[in-house]
Design a protein around this ligand. Structure first.
Ligand SMILES: Nc1nc2c(ncn2[C@@H]2O[C@H](COP(=O)(O)OP(=O)(O)OP(=O)(O)O)[C@@H](O)[C@H]2O)c(=O)[nH]1
Ligand SMILES: [Mg+2]
Length: 267
């Protein structure tokens, strides 16, 4: 079956891992990534390719096509290269720029922009904080309580792009949420990619559906990120992933076909 190809390719990646360890300067200067590369093979797969583990359980499942097509499969070099974008240096400044409650208060920037949207408490700010872990001077506030982020917060990621942390929709969303976020999504000229975060435990809610419809209506290229995958058993996560992948395959046009599953919990 098609999975065989995936496994073979994974074998090649693992063969490369010791090489990456030997010359970390070429691929990564991050101690955290070097630590991940030192993990035993099984744990390394779990951390970097969480859906692979689930794919094993689909050998006899008729839904297998869904997840194989949906596997996101960056190489170790790709991951290391992407990570280097978030490494704060004198030449690659990562900094908080400003906050806005209206689009016309947003910084007037030309460089590409990406934004993170999703229900309150889904983990938007946490993901951004994790992405900025190599920029300790940048403060990103997170909270256990939903509705914590009240404004659109703009961060500069070197010369590459601006990243925007949005308030969440749903419980304790700011009153002016629709004016703020819908207008931003509709009119922000340099918005290149929207990351729509969905809680993998909860699945796609009615409000997520509205967010999807909005992205579709405004013809935005967007990516679906499944958060908090550490909170489910393998069986439950598999069920959720299949359901969400089916939704993406059948109900969306502008959504990137592969899901991005994430966990910010320690492995
Ligand atoms: N178990 C687990 N908890 C997470 C994960 N990511 C975020 N959380 C927790 O989820 C809670 C909400 O996180 P935030 O990042 O503040 O959520 P948000 O989407 O920014 O929420 P608003 O600002 O209210 O819209 C916090 O208690 C985080 O610690 C994850 O991957 N696993
Ligand atoms: Mg937040």
């Amino acid at each position: 079956m098609a999975a065989t190809g995936q496994w073979r390719r994974m074998g090649r990646l693992f063969e490369m891992a010791p090489a990456l360890r030997r010359c970390p300067r070429v691929y990564s200067t991050s101690p955290a990534f070097a630590e991940v590369l030192r993990l035993p093979q099984k744990q390394l797969t779990k951390v970097l390719y969480p859906l692979r583990e689930l794919a094993q359980h689909l050998v006899t499942d008729s839904g297998s096509g869904l997840i194989e097509q949906g596997l996101f499969d960056p190489s170790l070099e790709d991951i290391a290269r992407a990570e280097s974008i978030f490494e704060a240096t004198a030449r690659n400044r990562i900094e908080y720029l400003s906050s806005a409650v209206r689009l016309d208060h947003a910084p007037g920037l030309q460089q590409p922009e990406v934004c993170f949207i999703g229900r309150s408490n889904v983990g938007k700010s946490s993901l951004i904080k994790a992405l900025f872990s190599m920029a300790p001077d940048v403060e990103v506030r997170i909270s256990k309580k939903p509705g914590h982020t009240k404004k659109m917060n703009f961060f500069k990621v070197g010369k590459y792009f601006t990243l925007v942390d949005m308030p969440g929709y749903g419980y304790r969303a700011p009153e002016d949420f629709v004016d703020m976020v819908e207008t931003y999504l509709k009119e922000r000229k340099n918005l290149k990619r929207t990351f729509l975060l969905v809680d993998s435990v909860v699945g796609i809610t009615k409000l997520d559906n509205i967010a999807v419809e909005m992205c579709e209506e405004f013809a935005l290229p967007y990516v679906m990120v499944l958060t908090k995958i550490d909170k489910s058993s393998k069986g439950y996560l598999l069920k959720q992933v299949l359901q969400i992948q089916k939704f993406v395959n059948t109900q969306t046009q502008g959504c990137f076909p592969q899901l991005f599953p994430i966990s910010l919990a320690q492995p």
